[in-house]
Design a protein around this ligand. Structure first.
Ligand SMILES: N[C@@H](CCC(=O)N[C@@H](CS)C(=O)NCC(=O)O)C(=O)O
Length: 238
């Protein structure tokens, strides 16, 4: 199995972490997804975005799986006997997890980018920040009471999906917006219990903070976003 990835991408980091977490053999391939060569467009099946998993199917065909959520589902289905489960055992709980994954994608992640792209200390920045925090509060309210992870004692797809953005909240929003996540009250206490467990999760460290110069490099990567530019589809709320 090959993972086509970009070192800075929080979305591809989900898949990268899942592969390490499951302990499966894979080859990491670093690619610039913004360079739309014919080969890359074909491999990513048209959208030219990381992550993409390329694997050999049961019948020997080479298959390519784009999209972070689809790759997590693929890993879960392919390695049913290997490594920890990424989704809960019941259909109803999995449906709920998928609801909260969509919620992250539609109501939390876009506000991370909107806040970062807004002018520092502006009214707009304040508004985007508040919506970002409200999204995180609603999400945290649905976490398992004791955790520390969203569903209990081990991380799943839902935790892997959000953690790269919270890491960049701390590093990148901390740098460009002088931002720190709130710490007051029971909801934020629960949130930080989750984040303390997540930021020391080995696959997260191996794919980011454990890599030399990750913080300065990721800060530099987001300079265009902090100046109001960068990828545009990431601010779309759904
Ligand atoms: N919906 C996709 C989004 C992935 C995505 O936006 N990846 C970015 C890098 S962080 C990318 O490849 N961008 C290149 C482009 O949009 O041209 C997923 O969840 O996998």
């Amino acid at each position: 199995m090959k993972l086509y990835c970009a070192w800075y991408c929080p979305i591809a980091q989900r898949t990268w972490m899942a592969l390490l977490y499951n302990g499966v053999d894979f080859e990491y391939v670093e690619i610039d997804p913004y360079e739309k060569t014919d080969e890359w467009i074909a491999l990513s099946r048209g959208n030219g975005q990381v992550p993409v998993l390329v694997d050999t199917a049961e019948d020997g065909r080479e298959i390519s799986v784009p999209d972070s959520f689809r790759t997590l589902e693929y890993i879960e289905m392919k390695y049913t006997d290997v490594g920890p489960r990424l989704y809960p055992p019941s259909a109803s709980e999995t449906a709920d997890v998928k609801y909260w994954l969509d919620y992250q994608g539609g109501k939390i992640v876009p506000y991370f980018y909107r806040f970062l792209k807004a002018e520092k200390d502006s009214e707009l920045a304040d508004e985007e920040r508040r919506t970002f925090e409200h999204g995180l509060e609603a999400y945290t309210n649905k976490m398992h009471r004791d955790g520390p992870f969203f569903l209990g004692d081990h991380p799943g797809a839902i935790d892997l999906a959000l953690a790269p953005f919270i890491l960049r909240t701390v590093i990148v929003l901390g740098h460009y917006m002088d931002y720190a996540l709130p710490t007051f009250g029971p909801v934020w206490t629960r949130f930080h219990k989750w984040w303390d467990a997540m930021r020391t999760f080995e696959p997260l460290i191996a794919t980011s903070t454990g890599v030399k110069d990750f913080s300065p490099r990721v800060i530099e990567f987001y300079a265009d976003y902090a100046a109001g530019g960068g990828q545009t589809d990431v601010t779309v709320v759904s």
